[in-house]
Design a protein around this ligand. Structure first.
Ligand code: F6P
Length: 345
């Protein structure tokens, strides 16, 4: 059996740990051969491969990023050629003698995997994203690392904010889900946490900020990049779209800093964490989760359980249909946000 492996979409810490586990178990227990595809769906579309054996995966467990490279290539978008992407992928897999594919990715990569499976490609999915917004799994790897990076930044910003009696706004990633903001904000003792799931009132945010100054602490406002104000005229519009049609988010932190300064008369600065949250070495939690996902993904290939994704349910790794994986975005429920509200102001 020859198994292809690809990593698609935004990278995240733990991708290499999955690749390592897939290859180690596949070679040692099943005697499989592997083919690495470069840069997400671009690899199988163009037949662009990289050798993938036990030697190639040595020493990669703690490394961030992905040794295979990634891209946001959408195989179902118009590729400009004569034949549709799906046919090119099938021909390339046949030509390379690849019997099955392990696709490691988020909503978009797994959405494409779902469609390819329906078109007859033997695919098993592995969920990844720092956003933790995939419905069918309790957690995705990468999330814990991103939260820890953001928490450490918040800890550092507390001390400088207090020295200068400033408000500091921390803008974190997460796209349309507020998980990173919520967890980092709770762990870092934020003055207020703003998430996409609940539009915020600027007046209320300024009241929290002022209250924190009155109690002689400097406020830290954690805002998710996808959060937006109730007031439409203050909404920040994204810049451009990717191949899957997602708007590039960002800018809400800057808007908040300006409004807070204007309305409270206090100095406010913004720190946009951006891709710092996606880079670097994975936490122990993410290494273990990624490793377990990899082991179970290759087991699913061995069982012929194609069209499935591995997922974390409580402490168990289970299989769920790929179609369930992307059916619904997992957002922060109001009850969980309410838990954090106790600490606002
Ligand atoms: O989905 C992961 C993520 O990091 C989001 O949190 C963010 O909105 C997006 O990717 C950024 O994408 P890019 O790396 O293409 O700018």
């Amino acid at each position: 059996m020859r198994v292809g492996v690809l990593t698609g979409g935004g990278d995240c810490p733990g991708l290499n740990a999955v690749i390592r586990a897939v290859v180690r178990k596949g070679v040692q227990e099943y005697g499989y051969e592997f083919v690495g595809f470069r840069d997400g769906w671009r690899g199988p579309l163009e037949g662009d491969t990289v050798p993938l054996d036990v030697q190639a995966v040595r020493g990669i467990l703690p490394r961030g990023g992905t040794i295979l490279g990634t891209s946001r290539t959408n195989p179902f978008a118009d590729q400009g050629g004569e034949r549709p992407g799906v046919e090119r992928i099938k021909d390339n897999l046949d030509g390379l003698g690849v019997d099955a594919l392990i696709a490691i990715g988020g909503e978009d990569t797994l959405g494409a995997a779902t469609r390819l499976y329906a078109d007859g490609v033997n695919v098993v999915g592995v969920p990844k994203t720092i956003d933790n917004d995939l419905g069918a799994t309790d957690y995705t790897f990468g999330f814990d690392t991103a939260v820890n990076v953001a928490m450490e930044a918040i800890d550092r910003l507390h001390t400088t904010a207090e020295s200068h009696h400033r408000a500091l706004i921390v803008e974190v990633m997460g796209r349309h889900a507020g998980w990173i903001a919520l967890h980092a904000g709770i762990a870092g003792g934020a003055n207020v946490i703003l998430i996409p799931e609940k539009p915020f009132e600027l007046k209320r945010v300024c009241e929290y900020v002022e209250h924190r100054f009155q109690t002689r602490y400097a406020p830290i406002v954690v805002v998710a990049e996808g959060a937006h104000p109730v007031e439409d005229d203050l909404a920040v519009t994204g810049q451009g779209v990717d191949a899957f049609g997602h708007v590039r988010l960002g800018g809400v932190g800057q808007m908040l800093a300006g409004e807070i300064e204007k309305r409270t008369g206090k100095e406010a600065r913004v720190a946009v964490l951006g891709h710092i949250q996606r880079g670097g070495t994975p936490t122990a939690f993410d290494r273990v989760l990624a490793t377990r996902f990899g082991l179970h993904a290759i087991e699913a290939v061995h069982d012929g359980a194609f069209g499935n994704m591995v997922a974390l349910r409580s402490t168990d790794i289970i299989r769920v249909p790929l179609s369930d994986a992307t059916a619904e975005l997992k957002t922060v429920p109001p009850e969980q946000y309410a838990e954090a509200e106790v600490f606002f102001g």
